[in-house]
Write a protein that binds this ligand. Sequence first.
Ligand SMILES: Cc1cc2nc3c(=O)[nH]c(=O)nc-3n(C[C@H](O)[C@H](O)[C@H](O)COP(=O)(O)O)c2cc1C
Length: 198
Amino acid sequence: MNLLHLDSSPRAERSQSRKLTRDFVEAFALTHPGLTVTYRDAGHDLIPGVTEEWIAAAFTPEANRSKDQREVLRLSDTLVDELLAADTLVIGVPMYNFGIPAQLKAWIDQVVRAGRTFSSETMEGLANGKSAVLVVTAGGEYTDQSPSDFVVPYLRQVLAFIGITDVSVIRVGGHDQEAMIRTLESARRTMATLAAAA
Ligand SMILES: Cc1cc2nc3c(=O)[nH]c(=O)nc-3n(C[C@H](O)[C@H](O)[C@H](O)COP(=O)(O)O)c2cc1C
């Protein structure tokens, strides 16, 4: 079994999402002997945004791509390969200004690829048979009913677009100590349940 562990916080030791994804992967590895973990640190090893050359290359059929175009897509191909090889994705997501951080958006723009993760003919997702766990940290407390949360609805939409609909969400956040402790305890319970599942 393969797990892709993706962090997107620019913070290091202070990052809550990093700590939680690390704990989750540790718990998951204990219940899944032989697990292969691929780590991608989009928060520190910055992924570039797409360019005009990238778009032209991505929409040129593979057999017709020039050497330069193949080079332009090299990182994207690696990121797509990592995604397609994974059975489970664990994504650490700090909420930034009600949405996802630019670091994570850059990863998404590189992996949502016509002909590789979605079909531009049928508009169906090609990255099927995977599950995703989103670890979302925020300064405030949000639920699936919060109209100002653009993190989870957006990630559910874009993951579904490429074929990933089995998505679990773990949220941690709150302005006061009580909310913080409560959401952390709930996160730990959900993480244990998810890690124990086959
Ligand atoms: C630039 C920036 C924007 C933020 N925007 C929000 C926000 O819109 N809503 C919120 O509840 N918290 C917001 N926060 C707080 C972070 O979501 C919170 O600190 C979270 O723990 C960050 O994840 P990390 O600990 O993994 O870095 C923001 C923080 C930063 C630095």
